[in-house]
Write a protein that binds this ligand. Structure first.
Ligand code: C2E
Ligand code: CA
Ligand code: CA
Ligand code: CA
Length: 279
């Protein structure tokens, strides 16, 4: 027994070592990803449920790793946050996406809006507002076309630096959007305290919307809350036409999900939507 316990421990230690080495390696590779041009912004369309047209795109980061191939954000955003590499990477995403959107609005879709995810780590850094302002200035993108997605956790952070940054973004005309709404903290006080402009219903509530009365009630309640507070409401994770119909009936403004399009390269989005057929 003793012997075996020891072997288990050895095994665990080796596993840990592999895990840590992989993480460190990932972090080291990520450090060079921007300069080596390995990052790409993908865009996932959002449909305006009233008109059926393309309302917005969400920028979702992709990493073309030289050996591992395509790496998804679930695997590299957490280590990027731990190492604070998310600060330069997030800045790169914002600049690239603003440039792309300004071009699309000039050439094809004058009303198109852009959603970009911001990590709470980016708010801990004093330069965030300057970065946002310069991304808008250099691209010429209208600040009213920009939506910044944050999670509820950020709004529980009462630090002055966060509150000030949110107030500054609002003053610039940028819309603050609460991502994964309903999955974080239960207090809704922050909806009054912060300059929130939009809610994104988490895809865990949308998934079983048609089968689960509890999920349907949650979606209905979020949509009603948004209406009463004068907020835009976007449903994510829409995979079935019946979910889309349900959400439209319920008064949801926009939908995003595999049914309407997966996240794709800028070229792929243009090809897919060329000819003006809409979504
Ligand atoms: P998120 O912000 O909640 O983004 C939505 C995620 O759901 C995306 O995963 C998207 O591909 C996926 N998705 C969209 N429609 C559907 C659907 O119909 N069904 C299912 N099952 N999934 C759907 P992705 O691209 O892997 O991104 C994962 C997360 O990584 C994002 O979740 C976001 O939190 C983070 N992330 C992505 N890009 C960035 C970025 O540039 N900066 C930061 N800070 N975080 C990012
Ligand atoms: Ca998001
Ligand atoms: Ca989300
Ligand atoms: Ca999510």
């Amino acid at each position: 027994v003793k012997q075996r316990g020891r072997n288990d421990f050895e095994f665990f230690r080796n596993e840990m070592r592999v895990h840590i080495t992989t993480l460190l390696q990932l972090e080291r590779d990520l450090r060079h990803a921007v300069e080596r041009d390995e990052l790409e912004v993908f865009y996932q369309p959002q449909m305006d449920l009233r008109s059926g047209g393309l309302a917005a795109v969400e920028a979702l980061l992709r990493w073309h790793h030289p050996e591992r191939g395509l790496v998804l954000p679930g695997d590299f955003i957490p280590p990027a946050e731990d190492s604070r590499l998310i600060v330069p990477i997030g800045e790169w995403v914002l600049r690239a996406a603003c440039r792309q959107l300004a071009a699309w609005r000039a050439d094809r879709w004058p009303e198109l809006r852009l959603a970009v995810n911001l990590s709470p780590v980016q708010f801990q850094q004093a330069g965030l507002i300057d970065v946002v302002r310069s991304a808008l200035d250099e691209s010429g993108l209208d600040p009213k076309a920009l939506e910044l997605e944050v999670t509820e956790g950020l709004l529980m952070d009462n630090r002055d630096i966060t509150l000030q940054a949110l107030a500054d973004l609002k003053a610039m005309g940028i819309r603050l959007s609460i991502d994964d709404f309903g999955t974080g903290y239960s207090s809704l006080v922050y909806l009054k305290r912060f300059p929130v402009g939009q809610l994104k219903i988490d895809r865990s509530f949308v998934r079983d919307l048609l089968e689960d009365r509890g999920d349907a009630a949650i979606c209905e309640t979020i949509i009603a809350l948004a209406r009463h507070l004068d907020l835009e409401v976007v449903a994510e994770g829409v995979e079935r036409i019946e979910q889309l119909d349900w959400l439209r009936e319920a008064g949801c403004h926009r939908a995003q999900g595999y049914l309407l399009g997966r996240p794709m390269s800028a070229d792929a989005l243009e090809r897919r939507l060329s000819g003006g057929v809409g979504l």
